[in-house]
Write a protein that binds this ligand. Structure first.
Ligand code: EPZ
Length: 424
């Protein structure tokens, strides 16, 4: 296993280029199952989770090839298999996103029932409720979800909870259902819009993506297409938080500022100067310490849960006390204990944390527990006094493309090392 060794105290300066969005590319890759043919997907980030999705697609009969560093050629002409096995799904819950496209294409899917993960139980009951509303029969046996449908018929589906993956799965099945499907209380995330845009490019009839009501009129057939993935809004937010904690001055390029309005507003409230300039952001923190701000994670367009750990790291050196409330996942505070090892004063009470800003954190050996927790520990290490070692960074490799290279490009002292203490 690898670790990051970080020497704190460098103020980030320079330009960083944002990669394609992990949470957009995964459903886009799944959507290629909807129509046999050849596709080219551009701006694909080189991530562990992308490799896992590629492995899953190849098990389903898809052929893939990297045409360029971030451009993937996909050939689904021989994709006939409908079983997503346990040993892939256990690697990545987002494998469940092939449910909708397999049902849309083959009227059947057998997917290993995704277990929970570090941040929560991650149920899929709403995905299944939506699929059964479209006419699917669903059986759960031996840890697999068996979905079959004689035919798919449009329906009105109201999600009890806003679910990004649920909205995406129903979108992919509904484009091939007879008649109209209406999804109410739909997720509004940019990644859902990106999927809808690709499906429309394939000939799907979709309206309302990005609002809480999405209407889909089923079509008899679709066409393969080429498509470029949107930039990763969480990566952009992560670099802004890193700039804030190191009192840096950076340019974040190839991002979509309107996708991160809630993050930008919150960081400005905390004392950062952030100026939009087309698809770039100029960010600087001239204050020695950020202003303490309160944060509550809610579905898009609110402050994203995927940025909660990162802003908690920033708040750990604020001038004041901030309340950080997590309303989406039931166990997304594990980074607090590791930040405390670096001297942060954080009290977790249920799904909220009270963060009393300290003048300075101190470097320590800490352990990543999940993807965004890893990002928060790296952010803290960039500003901490002395050396921080972040172990189990396979978590970070899931969702950030070449993060240490990008941070070194901004002047950070961060290197990847073999972690002898953690075995191989
Ligand atoms: C997506 O997960 C993202 N992953 C997550 O990013 C992100 O945190 C999350 O959306 C929320 O924005 C991908 O897009 C691959 P949900 P998803 O369904 O779709 C409950 C990261 O760090 N729920 O919107 O799995 C669920 O338990 C990852 O990049 C049900 O109860 O999230 C949660 O409390 C982490 N029943 C809430 O809804 C269901 O059937 C939101 O989950 C489905 C969800």
């Amino acid at each position: 296993m690898d670790k990051f060794v970080i020497e704190g105290g460098e103020r980030l300066q320079g330009t960083v280029r944002i990669s394609g969005s992990k949470n957009a590319v995964l459903p886009l890759l799944a959507a290629t199952l909807l129509r046999k043919g050849t596709y080219t997907i551009g701006n694909v980030p080189r991530l562990r989770d992308v490799n896992t999705m590629i492995r899953l697609l190849e098990l389903l009969g898809v052929k893939t090839k990297w045409a360029e560093e971030n451009r993937l050629s996909i050939d689904t002409r021989d994709a006939e298999n409908h079983v997503a096995p346990y040993d892939v799904v256990k690697e990545m819950r987002a494998s469940v996103l092939v449910l909708g496209s397999l049902v849309g294409a083959l009227r059947k899917a057998t997917v290993s029932y995704p277990g929970g993960c570090a941040i929560g139980e991650r149920p899929i009951n709403l995905h299944l409720k939506g699929l059964s509303a479209l006419g699917c029969d669903i059986n759960i046996r031996e840890g697999y979800v068996d979905v079959t449908a004689k035919s798919l018929k449009g329906s009105r589906i109201i999600f009890d909870t806003i679910t990004v993956g649920g909205t995406e799965n129903i979108l992919m099945a509904a484009v091939r259902a007879k008649g109209e499907t209406i999804i109410e209380n739909a997720a509004r995330e940019p990644e859902v819009i990106d999927l809808a845009c690709m499906l429309k490019k394939m000939g799907a009839k979709i309206e309302g993506e990005g609002t809480e009501v999405i209407r889909i009129r089923g079509v008899d057939d679709l066409e393969p297409c080429d498509y470029d993935v949107i930039p990763d809004r969480i990566e952009a937010g992560t670099f802004l938080a890193a700039c804030g904690i190191t009192r840096g001055n950076i340019i974040v390029e190839r991002c979509v500022p309107r996708h991160i309005k809630a993050i930008i507003d919150k960081l400005k409230e905390a004392g950062m100067d952030i100026v939009e300039d087309g698809d770039s952001l100029k960010a600087a923190m001239t204050r020695k310490r950020p202003i303490a701000v309160d944060v509550k994670t809610i579905p898009y367009p609110g402050f994203p849960t995927d940025m909660q750990a990162q802003i908690m790291a920033l708040m750990s050196i604020s001038k004041g006390v901030s309340a950080v409330q997590e309303t989406i996942f039931e166990n997304r505070m594990m980074h607090a204990a590791e930040l405390r090892r670096m001297g942060a004063d954080i009290r977790v009470i249920g799904h909220a944390a009270i963060v009393k800003g300290k003048d300075m954190l101190s470097g320590a050996k800490v352990m990543a527990t999940d993807l965004r927790a890893s990002a928060s520990l790296i952010i803290a290490g960039l500003a901490a006094y002395g050396t921080t070692e972040v172990s189990r960074i396979y978590h970070i490799d899931r969702g950030y493309e070449s993060i240490e290279k990008k941070l070194r490009g901004l002047g950070a002292k961060i290197v990847r090392r073999k972690d002898e203490s953690m075995g191989h």
